[in-house]
Structure formats: C-alpha cells, structure tokens
Design a protein around this ligand. Sequence first.
Ligand code: ADP
Length: 303
Amino acid sequence: SQRAARWEKGVKVGEGTFANVYKGIERSTGRKVAIKKIKAGEMKDGLDMTALREVKFLQELHHPNIIALLDVFSVKQNINLVLEFLDTDLEAVIRDKALIFQNADIKSWIAMSLRGLEYIHRNGVLHRDLKPNNLLIASNGELKIADFGLAREFGDAGSKMTCQVITRWYRPPELLFGSRFYSTAVDMWSIGTIFVELILRVPFLSGETDIDQLKKTFHAMGTPTEQDWPGHTKLPDYHEIGSYPKNPWWNMISSIGKEGQDLVKDMLKYDPVARVSARKALEHRFFSSYPRPTPPASLPKPL
Ligand code: ADP
C-alpha cells in the first residue's frame, strides 16, 4: 500500500500473543520505529478486537508516558501498527542482576508510570494489563505505558465488564472474586504490585492459579475482614480462602523508607473504593521527600 512505503520493515524483535513485532525505519527521517503486525491467519473475532482496541485508544491518547502510535496501515489482510521504538522494558530491567537500583530510581519509574496512568484514567480509559513487561523504556530513560489490547472505556458507569483481564500476578482481589463493576482501582493494584517488585526484585504475589493467587495475596497481607473490605463476601466468585493473620508485611519493603511503605499500602488496599487514585498517589509525600526521583537519562538500563 501507499502508506506502507513510508516505513522500511527490518528484523523481527519480538513475538506477542496477537502480533509479531519488527524493527523498522521511517524512510524520510531514518527514525527507528516498531512495526507491530497483527497475526491475521489465526485471527478470530476476539483477536481482531485487540488490534482495534489498541488503535482506537492509542489514536486518542497523547502523553510523554504513553507509547506513541505513529501510523496504521494494512498489507493484504494484515493490520500493521507503527509505534515509536523502545529499547527495553521494566521487566528486563528488574531481571538484570547486574543493575543496582537506588530508591530514587524506583521513585522515578513509579512516578512516570503514575503520570501516564493518571492521564489514561482522566480520559476515561482503563488499561487492564499493567505489568513490568508492558512498561517500556525509551533510550532517554523515559518510561511509556504500552499494550492497550485489553483497554476499555469506563465512562458508562455501572456497565458490566469481564473479570478475565490483567496478568494473574498483577490482578487485584476484586477481579479474582469475579467483580464485574470494577474501575480505575484495578490498575492501581497492578502498579502497587509492580512497586513492590521493584523493591524486592522478584514478583511480589506469583500465584500459579487464580485460587493460589488469592491464597498468596491473603497469606502475605492477611485475610480481609468485612471492615477492611465491605461487601466482598457478596462478590460473584467469592469463596473462603482460609484465615491468614495480619502481620506487618510492609516490613519486607522497609528499604524504601516510611513514605514509600505508606504509599504502597495505599495502592494495595483490599477495598477498591479506599485504594488511592493515580492523581492522589502523585501528590503523596513519597514523591516530594528526599531523595529526588532520578532524572530519566540517569536511570540504570541493561547494556
Ligand atoms: P505481548 O503479547 O507480550 O504483550 P506485544 O505484542 O506488545 O507483546 O510485543 C511483543 C514483543 O515485541 C515485546 O515483548 C517487545 O520485545 C517487542 N516490542 C513491542 N513493542 C515494542 C516497541 N514499541 N519497541 C520495541 N520493541 C517492542
């Protein structure tokens, strides 16, 4: 097609569930891009939707901490998304044992994630798949939220939504109990678990099944009471998990300091209504207190 001619497709750099990702170059400028080619052959109705969702949301969202969609074109039956090229992601950063993180670095990554997320929520969108692998890192160190294949609007308050979203380890308890009237708080839980993972350098709650995920969550943070989380026993898939005692689990992240522990606790409140919003989280003392967040260009990055 005419539009495809603007981009030169290079080597394959990644494979996702619904797409192959190639390195590419804008012919007129030499700018590096990523070309995400949606797998057409295996495309069923559901898969088709993820590409459409990604295009729809990325066309509307413009923010320094959200991946930029530069173009969309089709060749034969295939849809191709042209995205800004990003060198690495937060998962690779966390796993690279050669890298040492300071608290100021963690503060910077969490602040950038929250700025992108606050903008997404302000525009009436839920991301619904936040995980380290979807927080991409640009060559200048800027963090950008990617992969809007599961995103949706929440403007229509009170509308029923599927609970089969968010990769298990980052999924909040209300979704694990089958809640269908959730909101922006689901994304905040994901950021909370990513925050803890940045401190511990291992996933915080790594359940092997959905039930095991709830078990690990309650084992770590105590089984919620009616007071902690009003009404949770009425959720569609509620079942008793066992009564784990409450202990000061935040002691295991004491290295981040009191303000950081306090913010993590606000992000991981069982009651979604009580959980902190992205906007409020950005106003938290953690971000204004010493040490200052590391400037993006000075953040640690794999070679
Ligand atoms: P997933 O199904 O894992 O969410 P994606 O389809 O979004 O994956 O991407 C698959 C892989 O392609 C990623 O893990 C990453 O290695 C690479 N990738 C995706 N987007 C970009 C980008 N904008 N720049 C560079 N690499 C990318």
